[in-house]
Write a protein that binds this ligand. Structure first.
Ligand code: ADP
Length: 306
């Protein structure tokens, strides 16, 4: 079992020629509704690779919440700890994307912020018997910390994705992370260093490693990722496939979900090999439109990834 505690968001995407100005109304040419939220995306990718997963999260007792639970079921994700509340609406993300692929996003976290200590207690047995626990920052930080603490104290491997990142991240997040995985922007926010090359990422990873995590991974979009670990404190650059990107939304979540799958099911692989394979899977996800809709299934991937 692999647990993930985190955000579920119903995504409302409008494709427009450009982003509107304040007070302006413009015409878009396409609208679609999708399932998003980092935790949910990561869990969906891990499940599609064959991981046994559960989502510990909260949605509203509303039609979006029902839809989300149905989406988890369709992806073979356990919803035993997916709670529904009457006290808030299911989280939403309103996304406007221009023709250059740039976006502006408003998230209303709603029910995500109501995930509480009692909910975690209810899931305690499942959490402590999991192989990997993934956490992000789309629920209240105190709950993410509590979930990581529960996992860590039971010897469950913790994979922490500090997203969305804030500069004042509680220092306990570092010491509770077996694997700390973020993208360039998040690394910049957390370290105040500019990160735009593998060499920069190596420097930022060192700063993060020194805060107490065992392994740091910084993803670099089309350039792949950088790995640094306490066991081998020399940055390793792991390039990815050259592909024609159609939509990179959610690539980082595909990567994290894939990494969690390898940590749980192929613990004897080297980290470098796990990252090569996670790069490959995330590179597949950027070649189709949408977020979860672009995540590959095991059956669509080369056999040597398994
Ligand atoms: P995020 O989605 O959080 O911004 P990144 O953009 O760093 O994260 O992407 C995460 C991973 O997805 C990368 O490490 C890489 O493996 C893969 N990826 C992203 N963009 C591309 C691309 N254009 N071509 C190939 N792989 C990509």
């Amino acid at each position: 079992v692999m647990q993930t505690t985190e955000g579920c968001l119903k995504d409302y995407d409008s494709l427009t020629p450009r982003l509107p100005k304040t007070g302006e109304t413009i015409h878009g040419h396409k609208f679609f509704i999708g399932f998003g939220g980092k935790g949910a995306n990561q869990c969906v990718q891990a499940a599609r690779l064959g991981a046994k997963t559960a989502m510990v999260c909260k949605v509203g007792k509303d039609s979006f919440g029902n839809d989300y639970i149905e989406n988890f079921k369709q992806n073979d994700i356990s919803t035993e700890f997916t709670y529904q509340t009457k006290d808030a609406a299911t989280g939403t993300a309103s996304i406007i994307v221009n023709k250059e692929g740039q976006n502006i996003i408003v998230i209303v976290a709603g029910a995500n912020l109501l995930l509480n200590t009692e909910d975690l207690r209810e899931a305690a047995n499942a959490i402590s018997s999991a192989k990997v626990m993934i956490c992000q920052l789309e629920v209240t930080p105190a709950i993410s910390l509590e979930a990581l603490t529960m996992a860590h104290s039971s010897g469950v491997k913790t994979l922490f994705n500090p997203a969305p990142a804030t500069a004042d991240l509680d220092p306990r997040f570092y010491t509770l992370s077996d694997v700390f995985c973020c993208n360039e922007t998040e690394a910049e926010i957390l370290t105040s260093l500019a990160v735009s090359s593998p060499a920069d990422a190596g420097k930022a990873a060192l700063v993060l490693l020194e805060r107490g995590c065992r392994v740091v991974i910084i993803t670099l979009g089309a350039a792949g990722c950088v790995l640094l670990s306490q066991a081998e404190p020399v940055p390793k650059y792991i390039p990815t496939e050259k592909v024609k990107a159609v939509d990179t939304t959610g690539a980082g979540d595909s990567f994290v979900g894939a990494l969690a799958f390898y940590l749980a099911y192929y613990p004897n692989l080297s980290l470098e090999e796990m990252l090569k394979r996670s790069n490959f899977i995330a590179a597949v996800s950027v070649q189709a439109a949408g977020t979860q809709s672009s995540y590959p299934y095991k059956k669509d991937l080369p056999l040597d990834l398994f």
